[in-house]
Design a protein around this ligand. Structure first.
Ligand code: CA
Length: 424
């Protein structure tokens, strides 16, 4: 499918992030007004809350866009997701009726005037470890290349349950955490600010349909339950993790924050860009086998902007097709226990690393545990994130003559509190 033309001229710009083929969903406000649901088109946002209130859009018997999230819409299910997208494309396409054009023209807000907010209410969050390249790199650093992959790695997608309460929107400042640190040569732990603070380049999958308590879902069913994807920075305190993680996995090391990009790129927009997971090194058990291609070809990059620098430096370029496990496999695995999934739950893909040094998805890997600092423009280096560094993630998938853009996921790391227990 080629670029679909819109009467919103900015949506037809070459290499634009938000053409009519994309139509990602977000929540925004302007100058202190209430939060509304919006759809990105070119450099504008279509205010679908306003269109529903004006009765130009009717999704369901009850209003869907009154709450400041997409949860109510997601709950309506894939058929409504498809028909709504078709309606949007008709309203914003060059063949739109005069009535549609007039109504939509009055509901367009420049993105430059909007503040973005979390697009969904998320109660459950789990983070996976689904990229073999990342698992191999980290395992090699800690156990050597012969024992890099845990024995279960090629049989199931490893994960831990994280906290939904610290998922924050792009632009939120992140405070460097304190924690227990203990280097191998130290006799006892100490309580101090994290010294090895890091990012992880991931995609977050937003689940739009629930699963039943006590019943697992198949990979095919899991694929249908997925609403869309966002960029995800899983902020990681490497030194806190090293000391705390055995035997139950990461806890405080991963709880500080997860930053997500504001626009949910839908599975429907990504549909033409499906690619397969790599060849299986060991056959998966039937309940985790994929009925078709379940990954997407999405280019990803991370930039680091030091405090005061006039431009950021690209420090890694990767692609979502590097994953060993797909989001539907992760979701299907999560339900094998009978654990119910709720509308709005989010799953992290795991750090997305390529096979080359310049495609590693974390500073831990890029600097190889701090032994090979990364060069930043301006003659400086980084082993881990320093105070007042800003981490910027970008992503886009290339269609036939258009992009499906994810926008940006950014966060600036502030210095730790001098005394985290004092308000002074
Ligand atoms: Ca992670």
């Amino acid at each position: 499918m080629p670029l679909l033309k819109s009467w919103v001229e900015s949506a037809n710009a070459p290499n634009g992030q938000f053409p009519l083929n994309n139509l990602p969903y977000g929540v925004f406000s302007t100058s202190g007004d209430a939060r509304r649901c919006g759809v990105a088109i070119g450099d504008q946002i279509l205010d679908v809350t306003a269109l529903e209130q004006d009765a130009h859009l009717s999704i369901s018997d009850d209003p869907v866009f009154v709450a400041s999230s997409w949860n109510a819409f997601m709950a309506l299910g894939p058929e409504v997701w498809r028909s709504f997208r078709a309606r949007l494309q008709a309203m914003l396409g060059t063949e739109a009726s005069q009535a549609d054009r007039e109504a939509c023209s009055g509901a367009l807000v420049p993105q430059a005037d909007a503040t973005m907010h979390l697009p969904v209410e998320t109660r459950g969050y789990a983070d996976f470890y689904g990229c073999r390249n990342h698992a191999f790199n980290v395992g090699t650093m800690f156990r050597g290349p012969d024992n890099a992959l845990p024995p279960n790695y090629l049989h199931l997608p490893i994960a831990y349950s994280g906290r939904a309460s610290s998922i924050v929107i792009s632009g939120t400042e992140i405070r460097r955490p304190w924690g227990q640190l203990k280097a191998p040569e130290e006799d006892a732990p100490r309580f101090a600010p994290c010294e090895r603070f890091d990012f992880e380049l991931e995609l977050g999958v937003i689940v739009g349909q629930p699963s039943e308590f006590g019943r697992p879902v198949s990979v095919a069913k899991a694929d249908e339950m997925i609403f869309g994807y966002v960029l995800l920075n899983d902020w990681s305190a490497r030194d806190i993790q090293t000391w705390e993680y055995q035997p139950l996995g990461p806890f405080q090391a991963k709880a500080t924050a997860n930053t997500i990009s504001p626009w949910i790129v839908t599975g429907l927009a990504l549909e033409p860009l499906r690619v397969s997971t790599p060849e299986r090194e060991k056959p998966l058990l039937p309940h985790l086998q994929e009925p078709g291609p379940m990954l997407y070809d999405i280019d990803l990059e991370v930039l680091l902007l030091p405090d005061g620098a006039d431009h950021p430096t690209t420090i890694t370029q990767s692609n979502y097709s590097e994953m060993y496990y797909s989001a539907p496999q992760n979701l299907a695995h999560h339900t094998t226990s009978g654990c119910p999934i709720e509308v709005g739950d989010m799953l992290g893909s795991g750090t997305i690393s390529g096979t080359t040094r310049k495609s590693r998805g974390s500073l831990l890997e890029l600097s190889w545990g701090g032994t090979e600092p990364v060069e930043i423009d301006g003659g400086i280096t980084r082993s881990f994130i320093e105070d007042n560094d800003t981490i910027i993630m970008r992503g886009s998938a290339r269609g036939d003559g258009y992009l499906v853009g994810f926008g940006q996921c950014t966060g600036k790391v502030l210095a730790a509190y001098a005394d985290p227990y004092s308000r002074d």
